[in-house]
Design a protein. Structure first.
Length: 359
């Protein structure tokens, strides 16, 4: 079987192409711009249409569902009589609303464009959402045969994301001198993601005020980050609330952390908890279905209510910081979960089986 990924975000090489190649599937890619301008959008659409029309691949897959190049790729696939498969990574309708609130929707916000994108779902031979939760979200927005939706999780590079031999050495290399590090990692891309971080920021501030041995590192970058920093200036003004911005080799931050909190109100199958587990670190998430789908309460981490206040969060935070054995056992269970379910070979086999099913 030969698979053409068109259009493909750059991360599709790691998340889709490499897992498929590990199980013997031939892959070619038509890489598109992750955040295209109008000129790039037209170029990507033409490239996708042309590539799908001339390719000898057996099946066409796109991981950029709600983009005009995806529509072009689906057209090219249909012209050659090849099955077209969607790989949604998120709830586009929620993301669409988030972009609208920021005034960044552009042409994709028109009614005809939305109908065009939705037609991609209706005409796809199969839809492979990244989680069971996302499948249910999508079915709330569009009428398609549920049997055509086959959840296949995202792949996590368990060779890159793995426990450190000596976390203390990693901590020193990163320049952190505190006994305990709590790492909050997010991409600051959507308003609803940032809203969740803001919701729990008072609990993180209370933690560093209560414990002089602990620092909270807030890592990540994105368009919404400047507003987040400006709007929470007073809460963030603490020497042990460290605003790290974009962190290269983010696995090292996980490796030297005691636990990883992840808060969001807009996700489908977020990477951060899975990467933290792969590094054998417990996680704490808010009670939002995409975050809790794979978490095993009190085994791989904890869940706090979406409206929890610091008094409810702090006992959980302190329990993890004070009990190294609890962190170790939770981390080991998290690592096992990821290697069994999200390792590239496992995900690659599931993707291959789903794609073979449409041939």
């Amino acid at each position: 079987m030969r698979v053409l990924i068109a259009p493909a975000a750059r991360r599709a090489r790691v998340k889709i192409a490499e897992p498929l190649q590990r199980v013997g599937v031939e892959v070619e890619m038509c890489v598109a711009s992750d955040t295209p301008h109008k000129g790039e959008l037209l170029r990507d659409a033409i490239a996708g249409l042309t590539r799908t029309a001339i390719s000898t691949a057996d099946v066409v897959l796109t991981d950029m569902v709600m983009t005009f190049p995806a529509v072009a790729a689906s057209l090219g696939a249909s012209l050659r009589g090849r099955p077209f498969v969607l790989r949604p990574r998120g709830d586009w309708w929620q993301e669409h609303e988030d972009l609208r609130l920021r005034g960044e929707l552009g042409l994709a916000g028109s009614r005809w464009a939305v109908e065009l994108f939705e037609d991609c779902f209706r005409s796809a031979a199969a839809i492979l959402p990244v989680s069971e939760t996302l499948k249910q979200m999508l079915l709330e927005h569009i009428v398609v045969d549920p049997n055509r939706m086959i959840p296949v999780p995202i792949a996590i590079n368990t060779e890159r994301f793995r426990p450190a031999r000596d976390p203390a050495v990693v901590k020193r290399e990163l320049g952190y001198k505190h006994e305990h590090i709590v790492a909050l990692v997010t991409n600051f891309t959507f308003l609803k993601k940032v809203a969740a971080v803001e919701r729990f920021l008072p609990a993180l501030r209370a933690l560093v005020e209560q414990r002089e041995d602990t620092a909270v590192v807030i890592a990540g970058d994105g368009d919404v980050r400047p507003n987040f920093m400006a709007g929470n200036r007073d809460l963030l003004n603490h020497p042990r609330l460290i605003l790290a911005g974009y962190v290269d080799r983010i696995e090292r931050l996980y490796q030297c952390s005691d636990f990883v909190p992840f808060f969001s109100f807009l996700d489908a199958c977020p990477n951060v908890p899975l990467e933290a587990w792969a590094c054998a670190r417990p996680v704490v998430v808010n009670d939002y279905p995409p975050l809790t789908e794979h978490l095993r309460e009190s085994e791989t981490g904890y869940v706090v209510a979406n409206n929890a206040d610091p008094h409810e969060c702090l006992p959980i935070f302190n329990r993890l910081l004070d009990d190294a054995e609890l962190r170790r056992t939770m981390g080991e269970r998290g690592r096992k979960l990821v290697t069994q379910t999200f390792a590239p070979e496992v995900v690659g086999q599931r993707l291959a089986e789903a794609l073979e099913g449409v041939l």
